[in-house]
Design a protein around this ligand. Structure first.
Ligand code: ATP
Ligand code: MG
Length: 557
């Protein structure tokens, strides 16, 4: 496999930040957090954030919390919570202490909201969402003060208490911070602190019908947990002044600092939970863990290893520059890992029967092949007999120049076995070749025939002992490098690659694979890397997923 010469360790500016903060004695210990909203499954973009947050804590002997940012009960679900926890663990990380939920701090957040009201820094506003939008102004125009902005503290306290008591309907009132409607930063134009939502919450049940906004929750949760470095993606840069306003105006126990880095964008890939959910809900894929999805559960089922994903995140680096990463780089990482660790096996995807006419009927011999060309993984046994299968594509009647496989009267070596010669092709009524009659040279086991050049080596399996299996050839889900970009009047769905899944049945794998376990990975020689499907494979019906082809596209441009 060709490897790019470029250095593979990219920079991570946050490492330097943490290091210098620790050296300057600002913190005794670094504490980070990964704060997913449980409204979907984690995708490859989240992996970057996970590796960064957990990685910094690991590297500098600190803590990393897993905190569900669960302020929007309508879109959240226990299914997502369970999946997120499993994915973080699968990636190889363990959070410090118990799983945390922003909803654990609802009482504290509510008390702080009351404090802001008492200090004249928050008010209940009755503008409808449309009116509020109008009053908010735009990037070029300042906003206007809400007519409810000068309500008295007593009235605000009363209304907020009644909001909490459930006296109003969804959207009828909100609690807003009183900051500055003319601020050039829209986030400071009296942002919403609390909304009314009569919704059941997966953690707090029916205790609340008002829910804090993301902005009012995040920084204070960080402060409560003693987070030192609150790392998020660049779109939150404009929220940082608000993050700091809350910390400055509330009696919080600590003052975390927010840092932003650029999110991971991969070509040929969608990393938006909303769109991934649409793919699932509209059944363009078979669930969140469909092996074509950019979710961690999809990659896992496809056969990606946690090591390869962690390695990829390290190679991508952490900075504040925007850019799109080539998916070839992720594929390179998985190939590199599987090349080193996946045992070799043979599987014939499109079987063509071969009868070795000069091999005695009923005879059988056991050939031994190494399980890995470099690593010591022991040997595997392959019975050689009179009837075998090779791949249909490895025989051609009128081959192009330079063809190194089997042709009429041509010779080829069967991997780890003998040299055979194609003597005769048997056809069905349509003229399709259904069987090859070949002869083998008994002197060619493990050595080349004297004075004859045999150009090619092909894979094969014995007919009688091989196991029938289904092979799913997965390819990129999107055919376009920028799948988000829709055609006029179309949607990102138009960019779906119609050949992203090709199912082959009646494939034949070498006998040892009959016992392969769910998730087990192999290199099928000459075909690519494959793993046993963890959902549909069972004894008697083996299913393999293609993880990645053998050919590397990255670093060759
Ligand atoms: P999405 O846009 O897919 O809905 P999100 O940012 O709303 O993602 P969260 O569950 O809030 O999803 O994300 C948890 C953490 O993961 C956040 O800190 C977020 O910044 C980070 N994150 C999300 N997407 C990416 C990405 N593509 N690259 C790096 N970090 C990301
Ligand atoms: Mg988010």
């Amino acid at each position: 496999m060709s490897k790019p010469d470029t250095p593979v360790v990219a920079t991570n500016f946050l490492r330097a930040v943490v290091q210098s903060d620790l050296e300057a004695g600002k913190h005794a210990k670094v504490v980070t957090r990964f704060p997913p909203e449980p409204n979907g499954y984690l995708h490859i973009g989240h992996a970057k954030s996970i590796c960064l947050n957990f990685g910094l804590a690991q590297e500098f002997g600190g803590d990393c919390h897993l905190r569900f940012d669960d302020t929007n009960p309508a879109k959240e679900d226990q299914e997502y919570i369970d999946a997120i926890e499993a994915d973080v663990r699968w990636l190889g990380f363990q959070w410090t202490g118990d799983v945390r939920y922003a909803s654990q701090y609802f009482d504290q957040l509510h008390a702080w909201a009351v404090l802001l009201i008492e200090a004249g820094k928050a008010y209940v506003c009755d503008l409808t969402p449309e009116q509020a939008r109008e009053y908010r102004g735009s990037l070029t125009e300042p906003g206007r003060d809400s007519p409810f902005r000068e309500r008295s503290v007593a009235e605000n306290l009363d209304l907020f208490a009644r909001m909490k008591a459930g006296e109003f309907k969804d959207g009828e009132k909100v609690l807003r911070a009183k900051i500055d409607m003319a601020s050039p930063n829209m986030n400071l134009r009296d942002p919403i602190l609390y909304r009314i939502r009569h919704a059941h919450h997966h953690q707090t049940g029916d205790a609340w019908c008002i829910y804090p906004s993301y902005d009012f929750t995040h920084g204070q949760s960080d402060a409560i947990e003693g987070i030192t470095h609150s790392i998020c993606t660049l779109e939150f840069e404009d929220h940082r002044p608000l993050y700091e306003w809350f910390l400055a105006n509330l009696p919080v126990p600590a003052h975390p600092r927010q840092y932003e880095f650029s999110r991971l964008n991969l070509n040929y890939t969608i990393t938006s939970k909303r769109k991934l959910k649409q793919l699932v809900d509209e059944k363009h894929v078979n669930g969140w863990d469909d092996p074509r999805m950019s979710t961690l559960s999809g990659y896992r089922r496809r056969g990606y290893t946690p090591e390869s994903i962690r390695n990829f995140c390290e190679m991508v680096g952490v900075n504040r520059a925007s850019g799109v990463v080539d998916i070839g780089m992720l594929e390179f990482c998985i190939r590199e890992d599987l090349d080193a660790h996946a045992p070799r096996a043979m599987c014939v995807l499109r079987p063509l029967k071969v009868v070795i006419t000069n091999y005695p009927d009923g005879q059988e011999e056991s050939l031994e092949l190494p399980r890995h060309p470099k690593e010591d993984m022991g040997m595997r046994v392959l019975p050689f007999a009179r009837e075998l299968y090779i791949d249909r594509d490895d025989y051609m009647e009128n081959p192009p120049k330079g063809y190194k496989r089997l042709e009429p009267n041509g010779e080829v070596r069967l991997r780890g076995s003998y040299v055979i010669r194609a003597d005769e092709a048997i056809r069905d009524a349509d003229g399709t070749v259904v069987e090859l009659r070949c002869s083998y040279d008994p002197d060619t086991l493990g050595k080349n025939p004297e004075g004859r050049k045999v150009k090619g080596v092909i894979h094969w399996v014995p007919a009688a002992h091989s196991v029938e299996c289904e092979v799913r050839l997965y390819d990129r889900l999107f055919a376009s490098p920028n799948p988000e970009k829709a055609k006029e009047g179309g949607s990102f769905l138009d960019n779906i690659n119609p050949d992203s899944l090709v199912v082959l049945s009646g494939c034949r794998a070498e006998p040892g694979l009959a016992e392969a376990l769910a998730g087990e990975r192999f290199q099928f020689e000459r075909e690519g890397y494959f793993c046993v499907d963890s959902r549909d494979s069972r004894p008697g019906h083996l299913v393999f997923n293609r993880t990645v082809t053998l050919r590397d596209s990255w670093g060759q441009g």
